[in-house]
Design a protein around this ligand. Structure first.
Ligand code: SF4
Length: 308
């Protein structure tokens, strides 16, 4: 089975150096409302029970901050549609989403979770926060806001969120030279969370980040280190997330050139989800996305499966 993910818009003020978004155009209120309307139509066309019974994922930019009451209202209407069309009919389906956590949770994160609470469906929410040791937080205030919000969702809603971080050379080096320990950091700052390492994606900011992509040897050393400190579970989760990216997460409304505008054809609204360029496989049978070493064109997923 699989799930469908929709990237609603790229609007985000955080300017992470490693942001992967290709489309950096700021979407006006009118365009965001049109996108929401398109998704509300498109989800009626999908076989959620038969083909995508694992549910739906909504991604940004950043979805849980908006200056517009209209966007907020429309977003919450979309959430109600999702609850009624996808989550209620299938106990296995989840609503999965991610936030950078730096904004005031009262704007949209809490209202979204309040809806799931109203329908007693909080156990079908898969909430992810993004964290990074070097490239994400530009001020102490934004970091503290993310930490506060991870704790808030546990204390107020009983949700154990996943804190995702990109596995980078910088993060690996910090562990191997003993200057940082992610597991101690988690205990001290967001103890009611689970951690997930993500493979490094393409950088689309035009910035050169020399300590972002890790070398092959660094990955082997880091996996050995994780095993020595009995953190096998996080290695398993890394493999799972790497595998899921290419085989499990279909993209909704992939052909979206005109979707932000008013005149949408039936054909555009009735698009079926696709794996788009993710299913381009290399000779090992895995997606080309995993040829992501700084110093080698070998497949990271093949290596991970071998060292286990
Ligand atoms: S928080 Fe996410 S969307 Fe925003 S700049 Fe950073 S990586 Fe890009």
């Amino acid at each position: 089975m699989s799930m469908v993910q929709y990237g609603l818009w790229s609007n985000c003020t955080n300017s992470c150096d490693f942001c992967l978004l290709m489309d950096r155009e700021y979407k006006t209120v009118a365009k965001r409302l049109n996108m929401i309307a398109a998704v509300r139509e498109n989800i009626k066309e999908i076989d959620w029970k038969g083909q995508f019974s694992d549910g739906i994922s909504l991604l940004g930019g950043e979805l849980y901050y908006t200056e517009s009451e209209e966007v907020k209202k429309a977003f919450l209407e979309l959430i109600e549609d999702i609850i009624n069309a996808i989550i209620i009919p299938n106990k296995k389906a989840v609503y999965s989403t991610v936030t950078n956590g730096i904004y005031d949770s009262a704007v949209l994160l809490e209202p979204t979770l309040d809806l799931f609470k109203k329908y007693e469906l909080l156990d079908q929410v898969n909430l992810n926060f993004s964290w990074d040791l070097k490239y994400r937080f530009h001020t102490e205030e934004s970091l503290q806001s993310m930490i506060k919000n991870t704790n808030l969702v546990y204390n107020k809603y009983g949700i154990v969120p996943l804190v995702q971080t990109c596995l980078t050379q910088y993060l690996i080096d910090a562990h191997l030279n003993g200057t940082f320990n992610l597991f101690d950091y988690q205990k001290a700052n967001f103890p009611h969370t689970e951690l997930s390492l993500l493979y490094p994606h393409k950088i689309n900011t035009g910035k050169e980040l020399p300590d972002f992509f890790f070398t092959r040897e660094s990955l082997f050393r880091f996996i050995k280190y994780l095993k020595e400190i009995n953190q096998n579970e996080i290695v398993q989760r890394l493999i799972q997330s790497v595998t899921n990216s290419a085989q499990f997460k279909y993209t909704g409304l992939w052909n979206r050139d005109t979707l932000y505008y008013k005149n949408k054809t039936k054909k555009e609204l009735h698009q079926q989800p696709t794996l788009e360029n993710k299913q381009i496989l290399t000779e090992c049978g895995h997606s080309q996305l995993y040829r992501c070493y700084a110093d080698s064109d070998k497949c990271m997923l093949c290596d991970l499966l071998k060292v286990l």
